[in-house]
Design a protein around this ligand. Sequence first.
Ligand code: AHR
Length: 329
Amino acid sequence: MIDRSIRQHLSWFDTLKQHLLTTVLCVALPVCSVSASAENLTIGFSQIGSESGWRTSETESIKAEAERRGYNLKFSDAQQKQENQIKAVRSFIAQGVDGILLAPVVETGWDQVLKEAKRAHIPVVLVDRGVDANPDLYLTKVASDFREEGALAASWLAAKTNGKCNIVELQGTVGSSAAIDRKAGFDAVISNFPNMKIIRSQSGDFTRAGGKEVMESFLKAESNPKKDICALFSHNDDMALGAILAMKEAGIKPSKDILVVSIDGVPDIFKAMMDGESNATIELNPHLGAPAFDAILAYRAGKTVPKWIKANGPLYLPDTAAAEYNKRK
Ligand code: AHR
């Protein structure tokens, strides 16, 4: 059973490689974009905040892509609050922007403002996270498949532990599609393994400080954490990095006493792998500006835009950590 499940999920490596060759290369390489258009667009971008290293890279990358194209980007940082995002989107509508990029902090509560944008004929592109609103209300979503990420992490862990592991889980922001779907994908795979169990699970809000604090409480709750906890599954790298610190302070060797698998592929997690303190990360591509802007151009040209433009990334292990770190630092 272990073999079948692992084979099934590790075959996603091939699927993910396929994504890389198609979508992700187009994300990364200007040559794939349709930015040849001379249109001088004004775009509103409602960003969640700057809770993680990945989020900061995404912001920088989208700003740089807008600049490269000569677009006027109106940027708004919501400081993790949905109400700020709704206000920002309304302000973009009032200013008559040509398109809106929205990174929605949570899944629910977007219907009304998306209807307002639609009524104003302003295309909205969801970047990185999804919403549970009617897909007719937005143009497209440029994002990875969070369920696949969670499943890939679980498949790797099942292979590494031969299907026997007590897991602690650091969840992302409550109500975010990233946290909901990563958990669902992970749970679905481990349900195939009777000896894999999540023994503790709590949100660290995608922050390093949150990950550290929650991991400290997980460690304190066990009489013998080294023995009782086999692995940490963290919904992002920043929380994992905070948890690694908590483990070290408690005299536990991260990646040896407790395995560490997380998601994002930020430079610091590759550094942690180089230092022998983390075992695996799944890359989340932060370069979402080019495909998002291209979708708006395609819409303006009257072309059909798919509802989901996927940008999945591969799982990395310590053997390539130094090379990956050097590419990103
Ligand atoms: O929505 C993606 C998640 O949000 C990233 O994994 C996390 O780092 C970020 O803050």
